[in-house]
Design a protein around this ligand. Structure first.
Ligand code: SAM
Ligand code: SF4
Length: 494
């Protein structure tokens, strides 16, 4: 029996409604800085949070994996489907201001991290390869001077075909970049010009890809989009087939996600939820096509303590919940394991010469445990007790929230096995998110109730609210999303 959503929403259900409307429990995107339980905080407190985390790592109480993320928000044009935290710069001064704020932020953390070996650098955006040659060169040399990276660290950058010139590529290689994700979105010139993706065409993409692929030791990934303007589902599959024949090390397929900041929304007629069935069909075909071409789909089975290289995306839940990430730059999300989650607002066209303000939610080992359990139960429907034990050195059934699992077991909502805790019959992701509200900490629930008490009261009186909410949320959020396919010939079959 699935969780009843067709009746009036109960209070906790309403809380989940808030979560879906920007009150994201754990920063799943940078809008979290507006959440009720994210508070403005000074740099010194953030530095202290990191000192605590590094202490936990030394004591073996937090995962030793610490990555660095740098967000470069600027792009040459705004692609019509884009939901990323980006801006087209108004002028050179604005860019220079953001650039110097990033350098200053790096300077504020280099001492805190002295003696810590970082496992990865990821530069994302926006479009980091949209920096000038000088900016890119200095930033990378500055990062290399300011932090120590482990010998096999993944040095990773997002690039677009319109901006990755030969001279930039040389700079990237000079500083040891060993993984590039080339965002192509589509191979069709009709589609890329319809979506305002300026400076890209099919010929350029293929030539650039082949050049990258010929560089020894460089991992080359491709990003494609499913469901953007002018792209037919057949056209998507044709493009995907062609891309697979080029043999990227990884292929990321993003299903179009309609967030409020997407320019195309103003012209779009259908909501995503209306196309759910079609998306499911196309993704099934995409899975078959990829396996025909010798690719495998990434699956996080929540069992293996060590992740494969293709799973190491810093923006993925995998990294977030199993490691720490120092995020630098507007809208970067950081996770100081066991101490804090924090983020910056997006680039604001204001005075960016100073470090962008910090907004945080303090964390603790118990919060980490809750976050981890919520993440895996919502994403994979089951929680590995062994993986949990490996990470936290405690059985999940001995934690402060184990009573919730016992209650759910009585209600036949979970099965508690020796190896896994599995959710029963809750197939829809949104319904799982609603259901998992019980694992939120009391503090978070209390903060939300006091912030939204007026709305909750009004909501309780409106008998249609629950049904309307369900319809709206399912329409918007229930389309199958991200896929990663890896080249089985290159990475092995595991
Ligand atoms: C942070 S963006 C940066 C990519 C880079 N600027 C480029 O365009 O090549 C990473 C990826 O997010 C995906 N993306 C952008 N907007 C999206 C949306 N509305 N829904 C789903 N995925 C989206 C695109 O595939 C893009 O390559
Ligand atoms: S898809 Fe990439 S290039 Fe296009 S607007 Fe978004 S971040 Fe910028």
């Amino acid at each position: 029996m699935s969780f009843a959503l067709t009746r009036n929403l109960s209070l906790p259900e309403f809380l989940t409604f808030l979560v879906w409307n920007g009150e994201l429990y754990y920063p799943r995107d940078n809008s979290s800085y507006q959440a009720t339980y994210f508070k403005p905080v000074r740099l010194e407190e953030i530095q202290n949070a990191w000192r605590r985390t590094l202490g936990l790592i030394r004591e073996g109480r937090a995962p030793s994996d610490v990555g660095l993320y740098i967000h470069w928000p600027f792009c040459p044009s705004h692609c019509d489907f884009c939901a990323c935290s980006m801006a087209v710069p108004k002028n050179k001064t604005e860019v220079e201001r953001v650039y110097s704020s990033i350098i200053e932020e790096i300077n504020s953390f280099s001492d805190v991290f002295s003696g810590t070996s970082l496992s990865s650098l990821w530069m994302g955006g926006g479009t980091p390869t949209f920096m000038t040659d000088q900016q890119l060169d200095f930033l990378l040399s500055h990062v290399r001077r300011s932090f120590v990276f482990s010998q096999n660290a993944q040095i990773y950058i997002e690039a677009s075909p319109a901006t990755l010139t030969d001279s930039k590529l040389e700079i990237l290689i000079k500083y040891g970049v060993n993984r590039i994700t080339l965002g192509i979105q589509s191979l069709s010139d009709e589609v890329t010009s319809a979506v305002n993706r300026q400076g890209q065409n099919r010929k350029k993409v293929i030539e650039l890809f082949q050049k990258l692929k010929s560089i020894p030791g460089l991992i080359v990934d491709i990003d494609m989009m499913l469901g953007i303007e002018r792209q037919s589902f057949a056209g998507f599959l044709r493009d995907m087939n062609e891309v697979l024949l080029l043999r990227p090390h990884l292929l990321h397929i993003y299903s179009f996600d309609e967030r409020p900041q997407v320019p195309w929304l103003r012209r779009r007629e259908k909501a995503l939820g209306d196309l759910k069935k079609e998306y499911e069909e196309v993704l099934k075909l995409a899975d078959r096509l990829s396996s025909l071409r010798g690719y495998r789909q990434q699956r996080d089975d929540n069992v293996r303590p060590v992740l494969y290289p293709w799973e190491e995306r810093q923006d993925g839940g995998l990294r977030k919940f199993r490691s720490s990430v120092l995020g630098i730059g507007p809208s970067a999300i950081s996770h100081a394991y066991g101490s804090a989650w924090y983020t910056h607002p997006p680039v604001s066209h204001g005075d960016e010469s100073k470090i962008s303000p910090f907004f945080w939610m303090e964390s603790s080992i118990e919060e980490e445990m809750r976050g981890y359990a919520i993440w895996y139960l919502s994403q994979t429907r089951r929680l590995s007790r062994i993986a949990f034990l490996n990470l936290f050195q405690v059985d999940v059934m001995e934690t402060a929230f184990a009573s919730v699992f016992h209650r759910w077991e009585k209600e036949r909502k979970v099965a508690i096995g020796k190896d896994f805790i599995s959710l029963q019959n809750i197939d829809d992701l949104v319904e799982r998110e609603v259901f998992l509200k019980d694992l939120y900490s009391e503090e978070i629930k209390t903060a939300l109730i006091s912030r939204w008490s007026k709305e909750i009261h009004a909501f309780g009186r409106d008998s249609n609210s629950a049904a309307l909410w369900r319809q709206e949320v399912l329409r918007k959020n229930s389309v199958p999303g991200f896929r990663v396919y890896h080249d089985a010939r290159f990475w092995g079959k595991s």
